[in-house]
Ligand binder design. Structure first.
Ligand code: MTE
Ligand code: MO
Length: 301
């Protein structure tokens, strides 16, 4: 399989424009509702510099995964993908906010979907470039009106011990939990992804909705999210709980701070035999360095 070219996504761009047209003319009310199962999956294609990054082959992104609920080998999530049940999915947003609420997938897909081509770096040393589709997390959080006490956001993935084979073992303290500081969560780069390569997310990539935080190690990008909690206390992620000396709260990509057991200076892009240098904040320093001004990044790893 080869990476899609701009011309391949043109029909979807047209569909998107049609939707915008319907919105502008007030005709959307009579258009069919959006659904993850719909054959049309409308989004605004990525533009600008990001489009110039060389995309990782879709085949790698769909078959080389970390999703411990579906097994710990890289090939397990694809093999066990049908064990993840995504019907009637809902995401509960609650905690420090004025309007806590349950969102179903139609609510979430109605938030304007756009394509974002991001670098993605796993803490284990491999990397990829993925054309995600989704919406900024900020668009969702704004809907629930966070209070002034909302300093952090906790993400909780699906708990389904009956169906998810990995949850029969205490590899991690299930369900998988991750967290961000409020300003990180509201940052325009922070995405709730619903698709990749022009299609709804495959189960092994965290269907039907996952987080993508491109300047942090991959494990921060929690998959198959069912709950988002606004809190006044820094949440403890599943990885922090399992191995606090190796995994901190921030987990920003930083080639100068080695993992206790290996260097983070270089990475291997999936599909390539050669390694390349890892960039500070995974190449997003210009956008995010200000969030950490004055912090000792060795201490806040
Ligand atoms: N719920 C959940 N989310 C998860 C994981 C997981 O095991 N469970 N693995 C993380 C890790 S370590 C990485 S590198 C990315 C991998 O995403 P991908 O398989 O879509 O490339 O998902 C992250 N999100
Ligand atoms: Mo990872």
């Amino acid at each position: 399989m080869t990476a899609p070219k701009v011309q391949d996504i043109t029909p979807k761009a047209l569909f998107f424009n049609r939707r915008r047209f319907l919105q502008a003319t007030g005709l959307l009310a009579v258009a069919p509702p959006l659904s993850a199962l719909a054959s049309n999956f409308p989004f605004q294609p990525a533009e600008g510099e990001a489009r110039k990054l060389k995309l990782t082959d879709k085949e790698h992104v769909l078959s080389y995964n970390n999703f411990y609920e579906l097994g710990t080998d890289k090939s397990d999530p694809l093999r066990n993908a049908n064990r993840l049940k995504t019907d009637n999915w809902q995401v509960e947003v609650l905690g420090e906010c004025a309007k806590p609420r349950l969102f179903d997938m139609d609510d979430l897909l109605a938030l304007q979907q756009e394509e974002r081509v991001y670098r993605f770096r796993c803490v284990e040393g491999w990397s990829m470039v993925v054309p995600w589709i989704g919406f900024p997390l900020k668009a969702l959080l704004d809907k629930v009106e966070p209070t002034s006490k909302a300093k952090y956001v906790e993400f909780v993935s699906l708990l389904d011990r009956k169906n998810l084979p990995g949850q029969r073992f205490d590899i991690l303290d299930w369900p998988y939990r991750e967290g961000l500081r409020m300003d990180e969560a509201m940052h325009p780069l922070t995405l709730m992804a619903t698709g990749l390569y022009g299609e709804p997310l495959a189960n092994q990539n965290g269907a039907p909705i996952r987080l993508v935080v491109p300047w942090k190690y991959g494990f921060k990008s929690a998959k198959s999210i069912v709950q988002i909690r606004l809190t006044d206390q820094q949440p403890t992620s599943s990885w922090m709980q399992a191995t606090p000396s190796e995994y901190g709260f921030y987990s920003n990509v930083n080639p100068q701070v080695p993992h206790p057991r290996w260097s983070q200076a270089r990475e291997r892009p999936l599909g390539s035999l050669l390694k390349q240098k890892t960039l500070m904040f995974n190449g997003y320093a210009e956008e995010v360095a200000d969030l950490y001004r004055g912090m000792d990044l060795k201490k806040f790893y």
